[in-house]
Design a protein around this ligand. Sequence first.
Ligand SMILES: [Zn+2]
Length: 613
Amino acid sequence: MKKQILLFFTILFLTNAFGQREHYWQQHADYTMDIDVDAEKFQFKGRQKLIYTNNSPDELHKVFYHLQFNAFQPGSDMDIRLQSIPDPDSRMSINEGTRENPDYKSRIAALGPDEIGYQKIQSLLQDGKEVDYEVSGTILIVNLNQPLQPGSKTTLEMNFDGQVPVHIRRAGRNNQDGVALSMAQWYPKLAEYDVDGWQLDQYIAREFHGVWGDFDVTIHIDKDYVIGGTGYLQNPQEVGHGYEDPAKKLNLPKGKKLSWHFVAPRVHDFTWAADPDYIHEKVLGENDVELHFFYKNDKPEVVENWEKLPEKTQKILSYFNKHIGKYPYKQYSVIQGGDGGMEYAMCTLIAGGKNFGSLVGTTAHEFAHSWFQFLLATNELKYYWMDEGFTQYISASCMNEVMDQKKELPNSNSYNGYFYLVKNGKQEPLTTLADHFDSNFVYGISAYSKGSIFLSQLGYIIGKENLDKTLLKYYDDYKFTHPTPTDFKRTAEKISGIQLEWYINYWINSTKVIDYAVDSLEDNSITLKRIGSMPMPLDVHVVYEDGSTEDFNIPLRKMYGHKPTEAKVLESWPWVKETYVFKTDKKAVEVKIDPKNLMADVNRENNQVKKTE
Ligand SMILES: [Zn+2]
């Protein structure tokens, strides 16, 4: 009886907390970690206490953790994947052949025992008692002593040893810029259990998915190291390094090391980087969010670009606040580290910085991920197109404004990439799991380009204003949860009043393409033709003999509605019909489909007919 009452109140609470979804639940994990770093050996010892709350309706007999540093070992799934994929990441492999006849060698295969990465569990307790566990690659399987009942909590305590690998991908020691420690995916991290079950992918360097919770992390490291990362520093006067309040006295401890105490509420990851030669700069952004910058004090041409970055980052923050929703944390850090750019909780690791435009572009992209994947924490192993694609779309629009690029279609590159993939004949549906594409090339265009077009093309279908409202409402309703494609689709449907199931079905679940054509133009009779198998609504621009023009909109019947438009809305076009005829009042001399090029029509050559005398 007691349990039933508890469950009732839990469900009542969750229903209110997760507004839009009546039966939605999500797990919760609170971490307390104490980490002692041996910076010289690139090793660390960790103590971790995890309080895990089972909000699911299921009794759990096992729990699982990710041990992602174990991927950086010869023979790991990541290593084998590098040896079998046709186009391995150039950061992770060495080409011993030529450009024409490549012979790729995995860098992981060559790592020695003191160069590999690992997380070794030394002890593990459930509620104070030893518990049975086994390691399978990058997954730790824990057979609980006591099953975890719905609505109850358990405490898991472990001691572990870690070694930071030679920098291969995302994390490691001495990255390409010489940053000592890039600490991403570095701690034993509880796997997510959701409505689809346990999410247990072996780590092969792509995306991640985690459990929402609060982090309390203390890192002990040699005094000269500066740390940037997730979380608010609790003891700035005992650390200094640019975190301190200059008006107050520093209170540095004696001894070789400093203890950095961070707290991060409501996140699903904790990442940090450390280097003895970091410059640490701090500026305030909109709503008094502290923007921190950490970059190496070595190459003047790189330092110069990082010095100009804070002002742009302030603008980037304002742009996303306005167009997606208010950034809810008090801090964000742009940290030189990692390789390329990668998003984490309240921070990003970005390598390089020789080119200012690309440094700003990468910052805009990674910061946008704070909304699209971090706060709107879709499972990016499944719905990478909502992660990379939405980020690509919004960061391209942001760059257009912040860098004053004056592009009519900010994500036009996404269209070019997609057309290239279609021509290549290697398209795979966006239901393919992120790790399982046949090549990195196809994954990249699918996630970034096709995902970004998903939004701009949605704007074409429901109207740009409705798209803008959808993004704001989606964030408002689903932040701090794990939304799915259906959640986004339903938001767009409710905002626009237009049915969109067909759009997800064609664009995401299939590789069917869009190709419409103007079939004929006879005085005041226009015949349009659907050649590709994906149906769409059409915007049609007509020029008359007298020089005047008229715009038409032909909704797809399956939409059961149309976007708000100044154009003359014609009768809807059922997808089963291949041709569509309409009459104009005056004699037409020119017809053009989709004059703004928002529709990803794979053959635009046939979109226009012009009568010449
Ligand atoms: Zn990204």
